[in-house]
Design a binder for this molecule. Structure first.
Ligand code: MG
Length: 346
């Protein structure tokens, strides 16, 4: 019956009215392992569902964004961050007539590879593991391999590309990137990630008593607004306006880009570097950070020494013990890592 309804085909046909610059599910470069199409959902809708149902996604709720294993209920976690990115990105994608399903799938999967203890965990693992550790590469490793007992989620090329290329350098949002994103939907997620964290990290820092609204650089605040919701709104509206040419109906030779106006971008960059100076860097030197680092170092040494104690699934899918240990630690939530370290230390 459903087969006869051709629901997916109808959705795919509707996608033809999207921007000529949008990624159409029908034209996807496909999956590593070929699969039959779903009668109802497009390939990108299916990818989104696979991400939502995977174990790594569930664990995001107990992973640090900025404040380590915070006791307050209102701090942002990796999960709420991910949901905010997804919502902002979908708003932008819909306004620009891009593929909202693809955008959502990339957004929901972009941070799956984050370690416990946020960037402290990531940096420590990167120091310990001689092959280098980056959360965006780990996100890809999770969806390609680690989920579903080593089979991975077998996602489409477009979602995988958006996930691995979402990272920005510390110094510039549009400067040297991790990699070029292959779709505009991926670009939308990358910029929405920044809009989300600049705003919620200010909120969390105020909540933690590290700063007050008055401390924020006032020239930037004049541009983006003095309230949380205003700031997000200014940035989102500005992205839509500045990127409007991606929506147009004639094929443009050179692919247009997702961007901000120079004025709003300068304000966003200013807030971002302010956060580095006032919040992220001092946080790196805090007692919490030192403790988090000790936990990661301890677990790293312990499991490299006792490879037999590593859960089987992390031995099976890794070429080396170090790779398996990195996968295991990266997958832990803050609480799990803390608990395990205490348990093993006796
Ligand atoms: Mg993120």
């Amino acid at each position: 019956m459903i087969e006869q309804l051709h629901v997916r085909q109808l959705t795919e046909e509707r996608e033809e009215s999207l921007s000529p610059n949008a990624a159409k599910s029908r034209n996807s470069k496909g999956r590593e392992r070929k699969e039959d199409s779903d009668p109802i959902r497009t390939c990108f809708q299916r990818d989104r569902d696979r991400i939502i149902h995977c174990m790594s996604f569930r664990r995001l709720k107990h992973k640090t964004q900025v404040f380590i294993a915070p006791t307050g209920d209102h701090y942002v976690t990796r999960l709420t961050h991910t949901l905010e990115v997804s919502q902002i990105a979908r708003t932008v994608a819909r306004a620009l007539n891009l593929n909202e399903d693809l955008t959502e799938a990339i957004a929901l999967g972009h941070d799956l590879g984050h370690t416990p203890f946020g960037h402290w965990g990531e940096d420590t693992l990167n120091e310990l593991y001689d092959k280098s550790f980056r959360h965006n590469e780990q996100s890809l490793r999770i969806v390609d391999l680690l989920e579903k007992d080593g089979r991975g989620l077998n996602l489409t090329w477009e979602v995988r590309d958006g996930i691995v290329n979402h990272s920005k350098s510390q110094y510039s949002v549009f400067g040297k990137q991790w990699g070029e994103v292959g779709t505009l939907e991926g670009e939308v997620v990358r910029i929405s990630d920044m809009v989300a964290y600049i705003n919620h990290d200010i909120g969390d820092a105020v909540r933690a008593g590290i700063l007050t609204e008055k401390d924020l650089p006032q020239d930037a605040i004049k541009v983006v607004g003095s309230r949380h919701s205003q700031r997000i709104d200014t940035m989102v509206t500005d992205i839509v306006k500045s990127s409007w040419d991606v929506r147009v109906n004639d094929i443009i030779k050179e692919r247009p880009a997702i961007k901000m106006s120079p004025e709003v971008l300068a304000a966003a960059e200013k807030l971002r570097s302010f956060l580095f100076t006032r919040v992220y860097t001092p946080n790196m030197e805090s007692a919490d950070a030192a403790n988090a680092k000790n936990v990661v170092v301890f677990l790293w040494k312990y499991f490299n020494k006792h490879a037999d104690k590593l859960p089987a699934e992390y031995r099976l899918h890794a070429d080396t013990t170090e790779r398996g240990v990195a996968d295991y630690i990266a997958g832990m939530t803050d609480q799990y890592a803390l608990r395990l370290a205490v348990e093993l230390e006796g």
